[in-house]
Design a protein around this ligand. Structure first.
Ligand SMILES: NC(=O)c1ccc[n+]([C@@H]2O[C@H](COP(=O)([O-])OP(=O)(O)OC[C@H]3O[C@@H](n4cnc5c(N)ncnc54)[C@H](OP(=O)(O)O)[C@@H]3O)[C@@H](O)[C@H]2O)c1
Length: 367
């Protein structure tokens, strides 16, 4: 029959946020996770939903979750480690797929390797559909639309408002960020994708009247924005880190050299994954409410002149992630995807629809 939304990883921090938001929106998703008792209890707590047991170490169990026309949401990460079976299951069944990754290597895999397979299967793949990296795609899309054909570059910055303490990130985020730290990055330069180390560049943005430092990183904008603005030569995405920006950029030279040594990257990641575990929860609702976000995008002409700017601001990254994934899953299940294969947030739903979805999820244009 199809059309069912399945949340795989529902017992994790982000999976639960997505499931709760879907229920708030009147949906009845099927919840899937590896622990039978916990997923059944959660399904009952959320109003008597269907549940299923699936484990990435048994790919058949993941394949059994979906059929053609369904929407498989996966929050099972780190994605470079555990993300493959859900992708394969969705493509194999012809089901649409949405994930919560922010990991550059996985995003690259989805766009470069899995997209063509999904196109053949007639389904859409929406990777990195949380705070990482929907708002930058949206802000970038808005700035580029305002600037028109004269724009040849876009520069995007992500900033947190309020104080982020140690508990500000979920266990899954810490585990995924640790793995991503030792992956090769990339960027869109001169109209093509090139390998570039994370934090290779530093840029200062004006945030609330203050100059705030940020380092470059690889995200989905490098793949997705050139699709909506043909001729785009440069896509620069930065993460606000304040005064640490310059030091991080210098440190990244050493890391980049180290991971080129054969075997070193896997060894470093393996060691980190042993120490930094997922499934340890995340910020409480009160902690989430005490922080917010600001995203800025500037469209530039070939001389570097800023032609237009779009600023978005709103809720905490996790609250937004749960809500925007739920919005996207509901829309995809209702036939609202604009294409097949690997899709960016803007080409997946259209700029105006995404403006609406992001606003529902708590992030709006402020200027
Ligand atoms: N894009 C964004 O802005 C954004 C926001 C939030 C999170 N994320 C990412 O989303 C991912 C999840 O984060 P989180 O904080 O929700 O992490 P989490 O709490 O650790 O949840 C991970 C989920 O994966 C499940 N899992 C782990 N190994 C599995 C396996 N072998 N088979 C099946 N399920 C398995 C866990 O099951 P158990 O419950 O049984 O342990 C849990 O349900 C991370 O990669 C994180 O970086 C991104």
């Amino acid at each position: 029959m199809g059309g069912q939304i399945v949340v795989f990883g529902a017992t994790g921090y982000t999976g639960r946020l997505v499931a709760e938001e879907l229920v708030t929106r009147g949906q009845k998703p099927m919840l899937a996770a590896r622990d039978a008792g916990r997923v059944k209890a959660l399904a009952e707590e959320l109003g008597g939903l269907e549940s299923a047991v699936a484990d990435v170490s048994r790919p058949d169990s993941v394949r059994e979750l979906v059929q053609a026309g369904d929407v498989l949401v996966s929050t099972v990460g780190p994605f470079v480690r555990w993300g493959g079976p859900a992708l394969d299951a969705a493509i194999g069944a012809g089901a649409h797929y949405i994930d919560s990754t922010g990991e550059p290597a996985f995003i690259r895999r989805v766009f470069e390797r899995e997209g063509p397979r999904a196109k053949e299967a007639g389904c859409g793949l929406l990777t990195a559909f949380g705070y990482d990296w929907v708002p930058g795609n949206l802000a970038g899309g808005l700035a580029l639309r305002d600037a028109g054909d004269a724009a040849s570059a876009v520069r995007i910055g992500y900033f947190v408002r309020g104080k982020m303490n140690r508990d500000g990130a979920s266990g899954g985020t810490k585990a995924s960020a640790a793995g991503a730290f030792f992956e090769h990055g990339y960027a869109w330069r001169g109209g093509r994708l090139v390998t570039e180390r994370g934090a290779a560049r530093v840029h200062n943005f004006d945030i609330g009247g203050r100059s705030r430092g940020a380092v470059s990183l690889a995200s989905s904008e490098a793949f997705a924005l050139p699709r909506i603005h043909p001729g785009l030569q440069e896509v620069d995405v930065y993460l606000g880190v304040g005064a640490a920006a310059r030091a991080m950029s210098i440190a990244s030279i050493g890391i980049s050299a180290a991971i080129r040594i054969p075997g070193a990257r896997a060894a470093l990641q393996g060691a980190l994954f042993r120490f930094i575990k997922g499934s340890t929860g995340g910020p409480s609702p009160e902690q989430r409410e005490s922080t917010g976000t600001e995203i800025v995008a500037e469209a530039l002409d070939p001389s570097g002149k800023v032609l237009s700017e779009a600023r978005l601001s709103g809720l905490n990254a996790y609250t937004f992630t749960g809500a925007i994934i739920a919005w996207a899953a509901e829309r995809a299940a209702a036939g609202g995807l604009l294409g097949t294969g690997a899709l960016g947030p803007v080409d997946g739903f259209g700029l105006d629809a995404l403006v609406e979805g992001a606003a529902v999820a708590g992030i709006r244009r402020s200027s």
